[in-house]
Design a protein around this ligand. Structure first.
Ligand code: PLP
Length: 388
């Protein structure tokens, strides 16, 4: 007998493709294989039409103009294109960029790479609740600052930064704002038309779409010049050349259309599950929630229990698929840089679990997870058996 697969509570690492998304994608793999750039026959025209339809679906979720959407391979590539591509275009004006200590590595690493190209970076700390202090940001902006990068929803602790207010501070000073919104689509409303944000990274696979497809949203008015990182066939107005993966693009479009249609109802359902989970976790005793609980998406709980080693708890709960720290950080022994930025001790950071819930999580799964966590926590708190 094989054990059932563990209960999936790691939706911030990736989400399953919604079956409706898979259904939308398959014909574009099986039958309609044309290259969207083929201009001389129906195979190409049909694929191009599908790509443009999906572009409209992605734009609609955030209130953008479809012409502002540039397809990429995911948020990592979008972040690199936005940060490196836009900063290089502005290098004549200044060579200072600003970001935040709790950003994803896919922002911190391109910022670091700019450092090797003569740029200087300020990495701002956050408050104990994980939110950026706007006064600190204001103080960090300089006459030679050309770009700031601040994420919308944090992947480890789920807190939501006020990017509209951050954008206003930047816009007044002629500084571009890039926002990594990989964890935000389908979880919080995004108002691209109203927010003073210049560049935004999106990805499909955190929102029930396929892996390997994303977009960079590049504002047209005021126009944001971006230097391409790749050079090739001129697709996406030369900003991101390469044959467009029609099936992936159709999948992202379908996923984002579902996100828009279902977000309001789904968010409340997930909030109810989160509240149930939180009540059950509180009963374990010694509960610490990392990051602000109010300014946070309901999909995320990042917690520790006093006197319980999180790694050991996770190892004991073989029936649960969740993360300690972030998916990327949990491969290494280093404590999460996000939890460290909140001021957590190494000990608390190591003891913390990230539980993320999503579209397919059921109440029964939450209850089963609570039973396992409660039993394991109790086992770990028992005094060690004594041998003489
Ligand atoms: C997952 C994630 C990324 C990376 O996205 P990919 O599409 O996997 O490259 C970047 N930023 C955040 C906040 C993420 O959660």
């Amino acid at each position: 007998m094989t054990a059932p697969p563990p209960i999936y509570l790691d939706y911030a690492a990736t989400t399953p493709c919604d079956p409706r998304v898979v259904d939308a994608m398959v014909p574009w793999l099986r039958e309609h294989f044309g290259n969207p750039s083929s201009r001389s026959h129906a195979w190409g025209w049909q694929a191009q039409e599908a790509v443009e339809h999906a572009r409209g679906q992605v734009a609609a979720l955030i209130g953008a103009d479809p012409r502002e959407i540039v397809w990429t391979s995911g948020a990592t590539e979008s972040n690199n294109l936005a940060i490196v591509g836009a900063a290089r275009c502005r290098a004549a004006r200044g060579r200072h960029v600003v970001t935040v200590a709790t950003e994803h590595q896919a922002v911190l690493d391109p910022v670091r790479a700019l450092g090797k190209q003569g740029f200087e970076a300020t990495v701002l700390p956050v408050q104990g609740n994980g939110l950026l202090d706007l006064d600190r940001l204001r103080d960090a902006l300089r006459p030679d600052t050309v770009l700031a990068s601040v994420m919308l929803v944090n992947n480890e602790i789920g807190v939501v930064q006020d990017v509209a207010a951050i954008g206003r501070l930047c816009r007044e000073r002629g500084i571009l704002l890039h926002v990594d919104a990989a964890q935000a689509t389908g979880k919080v409303g995004i108002d691209w038309a109203a927010w003073p944000v210049d560049l935004m990274s999106l990805t499909a696979h955190k929102s029930y779409g396929p892996k390997g497809i994303g977009a960079l949203v590049v504002r047209r008015e005021p126009r944001v010049p971006v230097e391409p990182l790749l050079h090739g066939g001129g697709q996406e107005r030369g900003l991101r050349p390469g044959t467009l993966p029609t099936h992936q693009i159709v999948g992202m479009g379908a996923a984002f259309a579902l996100a828009g249609a279902e977000m309001a109802v789904e968010r409340e359902r997930i909030r109810a599950l989160r509240d149930r989970l939180l009540r059950g976790l509180s009963a374990i005793g010694g509960l610490v929630v990392n990051g602000d609980l109010e300014r946070r998406v309901p999909h995320n709980l990042n917690v520790a229990f006093a006197g319980v080693d999180g790694e050991a708890l996770l190892t004991g709960c073989t029936g649960l698929a969740l993360s300690s720290g972030s998916a990327c950080a949990s491969g290494s022994a280093a404590p999460s840089h996000v939890l460290r930025a909140l001021g957590c001790s190494d000990e608390l950071a190591h003891a913390s679990l990230r539980i993320t819930i999503g579209r397919f999580t059921t109440e029964a799964e939450i209850d089963a997870a609570l039973l396992m966590l409660r039993a394991q926590a109790a086992r770990q708190r028992e005094p060690m058996p004594h041998h003489d």
